[in-house]
Design a binder for this molecule. Sequence first.
Ligand SMILES: NC(=O)c1ccc[n+]([C@@H]2O[C@H](COP(=O)([O-])OP(=O)(O)OC[C@H]3O[C@@H](n4cnc5c(N)ncnc54)[C@H](OP(=O)(O)O)[C@@H]3O)[C@@H](O)[C@H]2O)c1
Length: 337
Amino acid sequence: MTAWSVYGGALSNQGSMKAVVATAYGPPEQYTVAEVPVPRPGPGQIQVRIAAAAINPADIVLPSGRFGDAVHLDFPHIPGNDFAGTVTEIGAGVTAYRIGDEVFGLAIPRVLRAMAGKRPSVSTGSLAEYAVVEADTPLVAHRPAGLPVEDAAALATAGLTARAVVQTANIQPGERVLVVGATGGVGTALIPLLAAAKTHVIATATDADADTLRHLGAAEIIEYREPGYPAGIDVAINAVLPGDGLSGLAAALRPAGRLLTITFPAPTLESIGRDDVDLHVVLDMDAELGGMREVGEAAMRGELRATIGRRYRLEQGPQACADFANLHTTGKLLITI
Ligand SMILES: NC(=O)c1ccc[n+]([C@@H]2O[C@H](COP(=O)([O-])OP(=O)(O)OC[C@H]3O[C@@H](n4cnc5c(N)ncnc54)[C@H](OP(=O)(O)O)[C@@H]3O)[C@@H](O)[C@H]2O)c1
């Protein structure tokens, strides 16, 4: 019979590993690095020795307890969705991977399994030396040989989301596209994709980030601390503002323009104050618009590019999470292991 550890993986006879852990609800300043059992793969799962992991807002928001009764975490909880690494053990029934394969992907915390749709990849947490993930989902794929591990980890959530947004927007060459939140993980992945689609990209940034965003393909930069969006925008993409605070952004759209947003709460035509706008909330956890294989292919074509703002070692993981919460970020914060 399989015994299950408190953090969701089978108890290990492979010894222990280092992991970033939250031991109770609270801010990332309370995370520590602890020795925990190495998780073992169950049926349909693979064990991955993590080489690089990237931090996302969920790694801070879930352990914060902000979701209250909607999300119940078991402690110790290991944060971390995005990963790249090497397959070290195969669960029963897995045929797509072998020990030694290089893989990368997006594995959502097990606690969100019920919210994850039809084919989630759930994880024991990637801010650790090892993680177990579901194998048979489009959210995990072989890492292309030409894609560095750090870039693969940095592009998992950000690349998948950026691709989903651009496909949903049905972008046309020459369109003026405004990206709000362009300095973030998703934003920096969006800009090269939009530039590759031959659009005119207008990006929000501080002065310090302007050159980075121009290098990624932005044609114009607007200072985000003094928002004054240009008028006549064809497509506006929100990658940071709360979904119920988008009326100012919507006002910048031309008649019948498109507004795409990836944050919550989901806006309505009423809340954005425009009834002529094509409004989309993009969330593609089932990877219906393309999964990790397509992210890898787009990266190899140069359409997706990883922007890594800061690098940390696993021992610095709690600091990395605190920096993500408290400091200005440009691109992804990455933990190498
Ligand atoms: N729907 C989906 O599938 C999906 C997928 C991934 C992420 N998300 C959500 O999308 C959001 C962005 O994720 P992310 O990983 O890109 O986050 P992130 O890396 O924290 O990026 C946010 C960026 O926006 C900047 N910013 C803050 N306030 C701004 C403002 N008023 N105007 C313009 N820029 C501003 C931030 O700068 P500072 O650091 O200076 O604040 C930061 O550079 C999060 O809410 C996340 O939960 C949704």
